[in-house]
Design a binder for this molecule. Structure first.
Ligand code: GLN
Ligand code: ZN
Length: 756
């Protein structure tokens, strides 16, 4: 049986590409050197896959920044504002990715959005009416040839025309359908070139097919591909889907003239049913995504081989593959020098997954596979318990009832009580939590980790930062203060490190966007709180001021969404375990005198299922209760805040309301305040702090701008319910811009308040 890899990570096993690229941004290495280094990296990766016996090795899965951006380049979808800069190709590419500010002009980057239900972000292509879509770049062809020179026949991977057009932004009068013809022709031109180069398989990635599709979408998809497939000549075309199943278009996909269809049998809940109920055409190859491209646990051979056996009954030819690109997992377990072998054996990162593919392919064509050593070992491994389950905790979760999730008294009652307690002015000002993580903050943490300074010294330094942070906020005149989060590297990792059940890796980096990578913790066992986590610094901060200081917690859903979850219990169970732990922390903060507690759910929307029909049953029905469980035990006079990193929650506004927080802050300045309308329309009662300025940019907002933003908000939101705050935490900002920005924010709030 053959094997296929959908895509491989590209940042380099030690994040080499990140560093080279950043050096290049800093003018420390020229473009030529960056390109040459990247080429060496690509060749290494192809060889690694070839050595592991992978049959269909991807090319063009590499990118200097992002695959959607590469595709925009390929199609010539370059907005005029970048063309006008007259930069050379790579510089123009990076200008689209990161914006350009220099002697040739000042242009913003394309916007960035989350790639389906992952923590990867893509650049959103912009299509305008004057754009001429035509083959404009040779990157996929060049990389194919590069591999060929090394004696490796690859399968070029291209983001498909349907997904490309679905995700693009239309800035003119033309709409998606208006681009179909030119786009199809361009892809056909590309196929023609590949034919000439001797390619065999071409993979078109079409993850948009796993989302809810309208009849118009399906018609567009069919129109594009019937035309394109007519021109494929002797090339074999693989339609690759991932991140779910294609229940809306299975019939269309299987009738079109594709040579192969890639389905996801890991996240695709319905994939197996679709094949079994409808059959699978014998003249097509079924690429079965059975090795999880999104999580780091070893494959369960017994289960997978069972799926394969069922698929074999329907498919003429079966190729085993990854469920999606391996971009979403780290490189290799081998780099983890500090892992206990006991637990390390349970992990399979990208490189180990190659071995799994080969192993599974061998076993799948072996009648006596149950006797083989690899199978026996794998089965034994999966019968091992991860880490002793905490029976008391399990029982506690099993016995949770409605009242554990319900905060009393009800919201309206609490509003009155809190009004008396806090006596805040109208339009109270606050920040989201973190203050700039300056060099001294980072070096304090790094030196403590390396044992260069004592714990006492480390804590003394953090306290020093907190004290000046409180002083600054008092001087600026903010109403509700924060301690600044100087002790935290990352809002999820910090809690993971302080709870039991998490494991931290050294080198397990995953690309988040461009040169930015994250190192998600691994949830390996039952999660519990073993000690107070935030109490000491919060109480210290509160002791320095009469104004209320917010105790800062990260919510259970965000901690879960930013980790690699275990697979032996459900996400609901994990979320509730984390929720109970964070609940204890919240109650401890309250006991110790904190009057306001903020529970951040920055990543709540991130894992919202791709299909509406799954939103509730698969996610919101446990995610929202997990949040409620954290704060349902606090007193009426304790004010609960939450924060979310995006404002696109129009569609789930009822669920956000059901979280039953007292105040919610969120990003709004970049999304033209549309959420504010939705808030008004839905009769949302929680007090809101839609960010009045964008913290993702070093720009200092003027007082007038902020005044305008507040006035616009007041057109829709009663002043009694409006809070004034920035978009998100300030940790990525410099101190030099933070103080003046906040001063303008406070002044603007005062000006509007005085005019009310
Ligand atoms: N409290 C966190 C901070 O201010 C929230 C960060 C976030 O939403 N990503 O940094
Ligand atoms: Zn945020």
């Amino acid at each position: 049986m053959k094997t296929s890899v959908t895509g491989y990570p590209r940042i380099g096993p030690k994040r080499e590409l990140k560093f080279w690229t950043e050096y290049h941004f800093e003018d420390k290495i020229p473009a030529e050197e960056l390109k040459a280094n990247a080429k060496t990296l690509r060749i290494q990766q192809w060889k690694a896959q070839a050595e592991n016996g992978i049959g269909l090795i991807p090319s063009n899965d590499f990118s200097f920044y992002d695959g959607m951006l590469d595709t925009a380049f390929l199609l010539g979808a370059i907005p005029d504002r970048y063309k006008k800069l007259r930069l050379d190709e790579l510089a123009a590419y990076f200008a689209m990715a990161r914006g350009y500010q220099g002697e040739r002009g000042d242009v913003k980057a394309l916007s960035m959005r989350k790639w389906f239900n992952t923590n990867y972000h893509y650049m959103v292509p912009e299509l305008d009416d004057n754009m001429e879509i035509r083959l404009s770049d040779s990157k996929p062809l060049d990389e194919f040839l590069e591999a060929k020179k090394e004696g490796i026949q690859t399968k070029p991977v291209i983001i498909g025309p349907f997904t490309f057009l679905k995700l693009a932004k239309y800035t003119g009068a033309k709409r998606i359908g208006d681009y179909a013809e030119d786009t199809t022709r361009t892809y056909a031109d590309l196929l023609c070139k590949f034919s000439g180069l001797g390619a065999e398989w071409i993979q078109f990635d079409e993850p948009s097919l796993v989302t809810d599709l309208s009849p118009t979408d399906i018609e567009l998809f069919s129109r594009i591909y019937s035309a394109l497939l007519n021109q494929k000549g002797s090339l074999k075309i693989l339609l690759q889907t991932y991140f779910g199943d294609i229940r809306d278009c299975y019939a269309e996909v299987t009738t079109l003239a594709f040579d192969g269809v890639g389905l996801d049998f890991v996240e695709g809940k319905e994939s197996l049913r679709l094949v079994e109920e409808n059959g699978f055409p014998k003249d097509k190859v079924l690429f079965a995504g059975v090795v999880n491209g999104k999580n780091i646990w070893t494959n369960h051979y017994e289960k997978t081989l069972h799926t394969i056996a069922r698929l074999k009954k329907h498919a003429g030819e079966l190729v085993l593959g990854t469920s999606c690109s391996l971009l979403h997992v780290p490189y290799s377990v081998k780099s983890e020098k500090r892992l206990e072998p006991e637990i390390g054996r349970h992990f399979a990162f990208a490189e180990e997954k190659l071995g799994e593919l080969r192993g599974l392919a061998e076993l799948a064509s072996d009648d006596r596979f149950t006797e083989r050593e690899s199978y026996v070992k794998n089965t034994a491994l999966h019968h091992e318990k991860l880490e002793g389950a905490d029976q008391k905790l399990r029982q506690r979760i099993a016995s949770l009832s409605e009242k554990d999730f319900t905060r009393l008294p009800a919201f309206e009652e609490r509003v009155k009580i809190q009004k008396e307690v806090f006596r805040l002015l109208l339009l109270p000002t606050t920040t989201i939590g973190s203050f700039p993580q300056t060099k001294d903050v980072k070096s304090n943490r790094a030196r403590f980790k390396k044992d260069e300074i004592s714990e006492a010294q480390y804590k003394e330094n953090v306290r020093g930062k907190i004290a000046s942070c409180i002083q600054l906020q008092e001087k600026l005149g903010l109403d509700v203060l924060v301690h600044g989060e100087y002790e935290r590297n990352d809002m999820a990792e910090f809690f993971g490190e302080n709870l039991s059940g998490f494991l931290f890796t050294q080198k397990a980096w995953v690309q988040s966007y461009g040169t930015r990578c994250v190192k998600p913790p691994i949830i390996r066992g039952d999660v519990k709180r073993t000690k107070p986590i935030t109490v000491e610094y919060s109480v210290y901060a509160q002791s320095l001021t009469k104004k209320p200081v917010k105790g800062m917690l990260t919510g259970p859903v965000t901690i879960l969404n930013w980790s690699f979850p275990r697979e032996d219990i459900s996400p609901r169970e994990i979320a509730l375990q984390i929720a109970l732990a964070i609940r204890e922390e919240a109650l401890d903060l309250e006991t110790n005198g904190m009057r306001i507690i903020q529970i951040d759910e920055a990543a709540l929307k991130e894992k919202l299922p791709l299909r509406k029909a799954d939103w509730h049953c698969d996610y919101l029905d446990w995610a929202i209760p997990a949040f409620q469980l954290v704060h349902s035990g606090v007193k009426a006079k304790t004010q609960i805040h939450t924060h979310m990193c995006y404002s696109e929650f129009e569609d789930i506004i009822k669920d956000i309301e059901a979280m039953d927080a007292d105040v919610i802050s969120f990003e709004a300045s970049r999304s033209n305040l549309s959420i504010v309308d939705a808030i008004e329309k839905s009769g949302f009662k929680t007090a809101v702090g839609p960010g009045v300025y964008d913290i993702h940019s070093p720009r200092i907002p003027t007082k007038n701008e902020i005044t305008d933003a507040i006035r616009t908000m007041l057109g829709k939101i009663k002043p009694e319910r409006l809070w004034i705050n920035p978009d998100c935490g300030l940790k990525t900002r410099g101190e030099e811009e933070t103080a003046p920005s906040l001063k303008n924010l406070v002044d603007a709030a005062k000006q509007v308040r005085d005019s009310l």
